[in-house]
Design a binder for this molecule. Structure first.
Ligand SMILES: [Zn+2]
Length: 648
């Protein structure tokens, strides 16, 4: 998209003639960016109620990146149409990179400053006042209210300094520790390193102002906590001109329209039509491997030294894309980039349209054991994977164990992120009010990929570790089972969020599948996607599709939905944590060997965690809700385990 001196009707070729004639001159030109959409997706737009692409918000970004000094400048044009029935007196934009203040760090560390600075804004063709109300809120007040159907074009200028992720912080060991600290401190989130430079990878997500969410006819100016995903859920069109040093590999949402080089810089023009967000990743030492899946070019982008894992990611991404297209319907874009990223705060991967990131920690070798556990407040989804990561390295047994866990974690995370191309990408959902909608389905879809590729046994084993364990670990720590379908802000801790949304919710789809039988279940799946693609699915979207396919069993489907989403039967349905089975699973089945030192570590850890969590170590004893682990207890426990591993 670009400003329109000459309107092109080509972008509207997909619209009916009647619609075309009814339209005023296009607000902005979506035509070039449509190259990012597959024909099958363009055809689906009209049936999804999108009859005028230029009525979607348009973002035109001119981005100049200086990775050396870790800065960028951004000139942005926002094209906004009031699609509501009342006039609007203001338009609110959010800068989500500035919305997440990391928890206070150690004494002596510099105070946090918002990474992106707004310097000025103005309206084009009308008069308005543009001001930053807070680091993450920019308000545009036009001189006259914007009437229904009225338009507003705003230019913004911003600069940013990208935070640097300390060397080694994105490694498996450090991230295991961060998850644990988050677990003990109850701190949430952090920004996951979405807008940052680390390991020579420039990660630019949440970096440009986007229209705020509309909730109950109002612009949403705050986020109610940092648990879960921030950012936009709404469709938009993005056109970007990115200027960065020659030699940098660039991966973005959308597709490259043009590329040129001059004086040691490259200029890359990118179009991304009908996307819910836009992200860009770049690095001088990134390599690319590609594979075609039908019309789609799948790319894996990874650090040079991580080629083996990068090729594995390519294979998993291409294979899972195939499985998901067969089961859920066609992927909408022409490109899919899967990018290694220096994620922190316990995030394993993050999804954007046409681009997903997978945490660097899964690409490297098993790390070495640190000499002590530092009190590093972090955040994120503490889970047992993180805990055991923290135990990895050092002794040969632990290291070997971790070495065997890594590929399956990498595979699961990759498939989960690719599944988000359907769940939150194609089929939108409100990730703040109902985070289970996309996250539980993405978890379940990753297990589906494993099932279709390797069979049910392998899928069940990995799901026990990657899905169920989130729930069981939450219970082991004494946190109560509760409703899965709640707003992200209603989860008391990241552990509860991980345990319920990622650990328990996914099993609803297994329950429905068993109840419905495969033919009905897969028809419901297809109906769900065709009903809600390029829209925002409600929390009952899948249930409605299932009931529409099989009304005779509506009561049964509804009661399963209540059981898994609103009630608390997790202990009964998912069982309690079994460390022995867990270790067996991690070692790939009964043939695996557990080193004596790891057995000792786990023997010590299990009862201590269970004791701390408030149920006395007996396998069948129900866990007591509300038990608590103090940071000190956890710290002592971990230091003990570390010492033990070191002395082996
Ligand atoms: Zn996810």
């Amino acid at each position: 998209m670009r400003p329109l001196p000459k309107a092109s009707a080509l972008g509207f070729a997909l619209l009916s003639t009647a619609a075309l004639h009814a339209q005023p001159a296009p607000f902005y030109d979506v035509t070039p960016s449509l190259a990012s959409l597959r024909p099958v997706a363009r055809q689906a737009l009209a049936s999804s109620g999108i009859t005028a692409l230029d009525a979607l918000p348009g973002y035109d970004l001119t981005l100049t990146v200086q990775p050396g000094p870790r800065t960028f400048t951004l000139r942005e044009e926002v094209y906004f149409t009031n699609t509501e029935r009342s006039p609007m007196r203001e338009v609110v934009l959010r800068l989500y990179a500035n919305a997440v203040r990391p928890p206070p760090r150690r004494p002596g560390e510099p105070a946090w400053t918002p990474p992106v600075r707004f310097s000025r804004g103005a309206c084009v063709g009308s008069s308005c006042a543009v001001s930053a109300e807070s680091p993450s809120v920019i308000v545009v007040r036009p001189a006259a209210p914007i009437a229904p159907g009225g338009r507003l074009r705003v230019t913004l200028e911003l600069q940013a300094t990208l935070p640097e992720i300390a060397a080694g912080r994105s490694g498996l060991m450090a991230q295991g520790m961060e998850s644990l600290s988050a677990l003990s401190s109850g701190e949430s989130g952090g920004d996951y390193g979405l807008l940052a430079v680390g390991d020579g990878i420039v990660s630019m997500a949440n970096f440009y102002p986007v229209l705020a969410r509309r909730v109950g006819g109002r612009w949403e100016r705050s986020d109610g906590g940092a648990v879960g995903d921030l950012g936009s859920d709404d469709l938009s069109n993005v056109h970007a001109l990115i200027d960065l040093p020659s030699g940098y590999t660039l991966a973005t949402t959308g597709t490259v329209l043009r590329r040129s080089e001059a004086a040691g810089r490259q200029r890359v023009e990118v179009g991304a039509a009908v996307v819910r967000d836009f992200a860009a990743m770049a690095g001088a030492t990134l390599e690319v491997a590609t594979r075609r899946v039908g019309e789609v070019e799948v790319r894996s982008i990874f650090l040079r030294q991580h080629r083996e894992a990068g090729l594995r990611v390519l294979d998993v991404a291409a294979s899972s894309l195939g499985v998901f297209q067969r089961r859920f319907g066609q992927y909408p874009y022409v490109d899919l980039d899967v990018v290694e990223a220096p994620l922190v705060g316990g995030a394993g991967g993050v999804e954007f349209p046409g681009l997903v990131t997978v945490a660097s920690m899964f690409y490297g070798e098993a790390p070495s054991v640190p000499t002590r556990v530092g009190a590093t407040p972090g955040g994120g989804l503490g889970d047992l994977g993180g805990l055991l990561s923290a135990l990895g390295g050092g002794g040969g047994g632990a290291s070997a164990m971790l070495g065997q866990m890594l590929p399956s974690m990498l595979e699961f995370v990759t498939a989960h992120e690719v599944a988000h191309q359907w769940w939150h990408g194609l089929v939108g959902s409100d990730s703040r009010a109902h985070p289970f909608i996309d996250e539980s389905l993405a978890q379940w879809s990753a297990a589906l990929y494993l099932e279709e590729r390797y069979g049910a046994e392998r899928s069940r084993r990995d799901a026990d570790m990657q899905i169920k364990m989130n729930y069981q670990f939450m219970r082991t720590l004494g946190q109560a089972d509760a409703a899965v379908d709640r707003p992200a802000s209603a989860f008391a801790t990241p552990i509860a969020y991980a345990g319920l949304v990622y650990g328990k919710g996914p099993y609803l789809y297994n329950a429905w599948r068993s109840a419905a039988g495969d033919p009905v279940f897969w028809r419901a799946m297809q109906r769900y996607v065709t009903t809600w693609r390029f829209r925002t699915a409600p929390a009952t979207g899948f249930l409605d599709a299932l009931v529409a396919e099989d009304r005779a069993h509506a009561t049964r489907y509804r009661s399963l939905s209540r059981r898994w989403l609103n009630e608390a039967h997790g202990d009964e349905d998912l069982g309690q944590m079994d460390l022995g089975a867990l270790v067996g699973n991690m070692l790939g089945g009964p043939g695996g060997q557990v080193s004596p030192e790891m057995q000792d570590a786990l023997r010590m850890l299990g009862p201590m965690l269970q004791g701390l969590g408030g149920h006395g170590g007996g396998g069948a004893a129900p866990a007591r809700p509300g038990g608590d682990v103090s940071p000190q207890q956890l710290q002592e426990l971990l230091n003990g385990v570390m010492q033990q591993l070191e002395t082996q």
